[in-house]
Write a protein that binds this ligand. Structure first.
Ligand SMILES: [Zn+2]
Length: 424
C-alpha cells in the first residue's frame, strides 16, 4: 500500500510536499517525497491518494482509561463533575461497583473508536476491570495493570491481583501484538509504601514500565504532607477505611520515589500539577517521563500543569486526555490546544505548537515504550491522514494544532490496517 498526499509530516518539524508513505506487513517501508517513494516502491502496490491532505504519524494519547465512560444519571444525563476531588474518586468507585460486567468492554469499544476518530493510533491505558476487552484492541496500547491498596495488610492480595493481571495481559499480547503490559501503582495516597516497593520490584524484574498518577490535586498533596485533608476526612471514611495511622510520607516527593525504587527509567508520571520546578528536575534526572492532562486538571479544579517550564526547559513531555469521566472527548488536538493556552514562555506560538505536536506523537511513544510516533522505515505504519491546514515551516504545526477537529481526520491506520476512514 502506498499512501500519497499533498503533504507528509513524518515527524515534528519535518514536512515533504507532496509526500508519500509505502507500507507492507504493518510497517513503513519508505516515507518521504512522493516522487522518491513512488520510484522506489515495489510494483503492484495499491495507491491511495489524498489530495489536500497531510499524512501524519498517528497521535499517541499517553494517558487514558478507556473503560471509564461519560458518567450519567439513570436517565442518561451526563453528571456535572463534583467540586471536591475526593467526591470524584468516590463517584468512580460507585460507578465501578454499580456497572454490569458487560459494560466495561462496551465502554472500551466505544472509547477506542472515538480515539481513532481523532487520528489516535496508540494509547497509554490504565487497565479497566475487563482485561479481555484488550484482546480486540484496535489501538496500539501500553496497558498498565493497576494496583490500589493503602493499608499494609491489603498489600499481598493487591500484589497478587496485579501480578495475575500482568500475566493475563501477557497472554493477550501474544494474540494481539498491539497490546503490551505495564504496571500502575494508582497514586501515592492509595498505594502504601510496602505495596509500592513490591510493585516496583515486580516491574523491575519483568522490565515493565510503571505509571503513577502524581501531584494531581491539592487534596493529594495535603494527605502526603501530614495525613490530613479531605482524603483523610472524607474519602477513606466513606469507604470504611481507617487511615488515622498515616502521618504523611515524611520526605520530599522525589526522595520518597527514589527510596521506594520507583524513580527510574520507565517511570511515567501523570498530571504533575503540584510539582515545583525543582521536583520536576529531580524526577527527570531520576529517569521519569511526564504526561500532562490539562483539560482534566481544569475540569476538576485541580490547577494547571507548568507547561511553560516543560517547554522552555526542553523537558520532553507528552499529553493525555484522561478518561471520558473527566473530559468531554478524547481529542489529543483539544488537549494540545489546552496546553497551548497555558503557555506563558518565550517561544513563539508556531514553535510551541510544533513542540505540542511532538508531545502528542514521538514523546508519547517514547514515554510508553511503544514503537511509532514518527513515520520512518522499519517503524510501524501507524498514521493519520488529516485535512492539510496550510502553512510552511512551524506555521504548519500551529495550523494543525489550531484547526484539526474530528471532521478533518480522513483516515486512521494502525499497523498498516485502516482502523477508520476512507479505506475501511
Ligand atoms: Zn488517570
Amino acid at each position: 500500500m502506498v499512501y500519497v498526499a499533498s503533504r507528509l509530516v513524518p515527524e515534528a518539524g519535518t514536512a515533504f510536499s507532496p509526500g508519500a508513505v509505502a507500507a507492507a506487513d504493518g510497517n513503513v517501508l519508505l516515507a518521504g517525497p512522493k516522487a522518491d517513494v513512488l520510484r522506489a516502491a515495489p510494483a503492484g502496490f495499491t495507491r491511495l491518494e489524498f489530495p489536500g491532505a497531510a499524512i501524519l504519524p498517528g497521535l499517541v494519547n499517553a494517558h487514558v482509561h478507556l473503560q471509564i465512560p461519560r458518567i450519567a444519571d439513570p436517565d442518561g444525563n451526563v453528571l456535572p463533575l463534583p467540586a471536591s476531588f475526593a467526591d470524584w474518586i468516590l463517584r468512580v468507585i460507585a460507578w465501578r461497583r454499580g456497572s454490569e460486567p458487560a459494560a466495561f468492554a462496551r465502554n472500551f469499544v466505544g472509547a477506542a473508536g472515538e480515539a481513532l476518530s481523532f487520528g489516535t493510533t496508540a494509547v497509554g491505558e490504565i487497565a479497566g476491570p475487563d482485561l479481555s476487552a484488550y484482546a480486540e484492541s484496535p489501538l496500539r496500547a501500553r496497558v498498565f495493570a493497576e494496583g490500589i491498596g493503602f493499608a499494609p495488610e491489603a498489600a499481598p492480595e493487591v500484589f497478587a491481583a496485579v501480578a495475575e493481571a500482568v500475566r493475563r495481559l501477557g497472554e493477550i499480547a501474544a494474540s494481539n501484538p498491539l497490546v503490551v503490559p505495564g504496571i500502575s501503582p494508582h497514586t501515592l495516597y492509595t498505594v502504601g509504601e510496602g505495596l509500592l516497593r513490591s510493585l516496583v520490584e515486580f516491574a523491575t524484574a519483568g522490565d515493565l514500565p510503571a505509571c503513577l498518577h502524581l501531584a494531581e490535586s491539592a487534596a493529594e498533596m495535603a494527605f502526603l504532607a501530614d495525613g490530613g485533608g479531605e482524603i483523610a476526612t472524607r474519602l477513606y471514611p466513606t469507604v470504611g477505611k481507617d487511615v488515622s495511622w498515616f502521618r504523611g510520607i515524611g520526605r520530599p516527593l522525589d526522595e520518597y520515589l527514589r527510596q521506594t525504587g520507583l524513580l527510574r527509567k520507565g517511570l511515567l508520571l501523570v498530571h504533575n500539577v503540584h510539582l515545583s520546578r525543582r521536583e520536576i528536575d529531580a524526577m527527570r534526572e531520576g529517569g521519569a517521563r511526564f504526561v500532562l492532562c490539562p483539560r482534566s486538571n481544569a475540569a476538576h479544579g485541580n490547577g494547571e500543569p507548568d507547561v511553560t517550564y516543560f517547554v522552555d526547559a526542553g523537558i520532553p513531555f507528552s499529553l493525555g486526555t484522561d478518561s471520558l469521566g473527566s473530559v468531554p472527548d478524547l481529542s489529543p488536538w483539544a488537549e494540545a490546544r489546552a496546553a497551548r493556552s497555558l503557555y506563558k514562555g518565550r517561544e513563539k506560538d508556531p514553535v510551541l505548537c510544533r513542540e505540542l505536536f511532538r508531545a502528542a506523537t514521538e514523546n508519547a511513544s517514547a514515554a510508553l515504550g511503544l514503537p511509532g510516533g514518527i513515520l520512518a522505515p522499519g517503524g510501524p505504519a501507524d498514521l493519520a491522514v488529516v485535512d492539510d491546514p496550510g502553512g510552511q515551516g512551524d506555521a504548519l504545526f500551529r495550523n494543525l494544532v489550531e484547526r484539526t477537529e474530528r471532521e478533518n481526520v480522513r483516515l486512521t491506520v494502525v499497523a498498516g490496517r485502516a482502523a477508520r476512514g476512507a479505506a475501511e
